[in-house]
Design a protein. Structure first.
Length: 276
C-alpha cells in the first residue's frame, strides 16, 4: 500500500495531461499511488498513461467511464473507491505540481481536517511554452522564467514563493476561504466515506465546494496551504459551464447548509459495494 493516493481528473486533454504527469514523475516524495479519473476520454489518453508506467514507483490506476457528458462527480467517486491509501490528494489534469507538492500535503495532513490549496493560473502563451525540460528542472515555477515567457507581472506571483516561513505567514494572513478545492486539496478517505463522497446530482460549478461544506457539517475543519502546496494551472476553455448547472448546484448547496446535510444519497457508497 502506498502512503498517499493522488487522484487526477481528465477528459480528452492529452497535451496538458502529459505535462501534469511529468510533474508527478519528478516529485521529491515517490511513495504515492497515482489514479487517473477519466471522464470518458478516447484511447489516446490511455496510450499516454501507459507510456508513463515506468516513471512511477506504484502502477498508475486508470479509472475510466463512457463519455456521457460531464460526469466528474461520478468518476471521482469511482476513483475514491479504487484508492488503496487512507489519505487522498485531489488535483486536476491541467495542474502541474511543483516537485514538493505531494510531500507538502503529507507534511500538513491532520486528523479532523482537510487541506485547502490553490493554483497559480497561467495564460495561453505561458501554458503552451512549458515543455518537459521546464518541468524536470522546475524552471517553470521560477518567476523570472514565467515573466520571460509571456506572463504579466502581478501580486499573485507571491504564491510561488519557496520560502517556507513566508509561505506559512501568507497561509495565515490570506483572506481566501479554506474551501475544498478539487485542483489542490487532500483529506482522509474515511472522512469522504462518512459523507458518501461527491454528490452525483451536482454538475459543473462548485461540486468540490459542496462536498467540503458537507465535511464542515460533519465537524471536519480545514487548513490553509495555498502558499505551500504549489501547482500551475494550464489555461483552457470551460464549454461545459452553463447557467442552469450553476442554478441547480447553488440550490443543492443552499439546501445542505439550511439542513446541515452531511451524507447524501447519490454518492460514493454504490462503488464501495461494487455495484459499478
Amino acid at each position: 500500500m502506498s502512503t498517499i493516493s493522488v487522484i487526477i481528473t481528465t477528459y480528452n486533454s492529452e497535451t496538458w495531461l502529459e505535462k501534469v504527469l511529468w510533474g508527478y514523475a519528478v516529485q521529491s516524495f515517490t511513495d504515492f499511488e497515482l489514479i487517473i479519473a477519466d471522464d470518458g476520454s478516447t484511447s489516446k489518453t490511455k496510450e499516454l498513461i501507459d507510456s508513463f508506467k515506468s516513471e512511477f514507483k506504484h502502477p498508475i490506476v486508470h479509472v475510466w467511464q463512457e463519455d456521457n457528458g460531464f460526469q466528474k462527480t461520478k468518476i471521482l467517486n469511482k476513483a475514491i473507491a479504487k484508492a488503496s491509501s487512507p489519505y487522498i490528494l485531489f488535483s486536476d489534469g491541467d495542474c502541474i505540481p511543483r516537485y514538493d507538492f505531494v510531500s507538502t500535503h503529507l507534511k500538513y495532513k491532520k486528523k479532523g481536517y482537510f487541506l485547502s490549496g490553490g493554483y497559480f493560473k497561467l495564460n495561453d502563451v505561458v501554458s503552451n511554452s512549458i515543455d518537459i525540460s521546464n518541468i524536470k528542472n522546475q524552471s517553470c515555477f521560477q518567476i523570472n522564467w514565467l515573466l520571460d515567457n509571456g506572463l504579466k507581472f502581478n501580486f499573485k506571483l507571491s504564491k510561488l514563493t519557496q520560502n517556507s516561513l513566508f509561505a506559512q505567514f501568507m497561509n495565515w494572513i490570506t483572506p481566501t476561504k479554506k474551501t475544498f478545492n478539487g485542483h489542490n486539496t487532500s483529506c482522509f478517505k474515511a472522512d469522504l466515506i462518512a459523507v458518501n463522497g461527491f454528490n452525483e446530482e451536482m454538475r459543473y460549478g462548485g461540486l468540490d465546494r459542496e462536498i467540503g461544506e458537507r465535511l464542515f457539517n460533519n465537524k471536519i475543519k480545514s487548513k490553509q496551504i495555498r502558499y505551500s502546496a504549489i501547482c500551475l494551472h494550464l489555461n483552457h476553455d470551460r464549454s461545459y459551464a452553463t447557467k442552469d448547472n450553476w442554478l441547480n448546484n447553488n440550490y443543492i448547496r443552499k439546501f445542505n447548509k439550511q439542513n446541515n446535510v452531511t451524507a447524501i444519497k447519490n454518492g460514493l457508497s454504490k462503488y464501495l459495494n461494487n455495484e459499478d
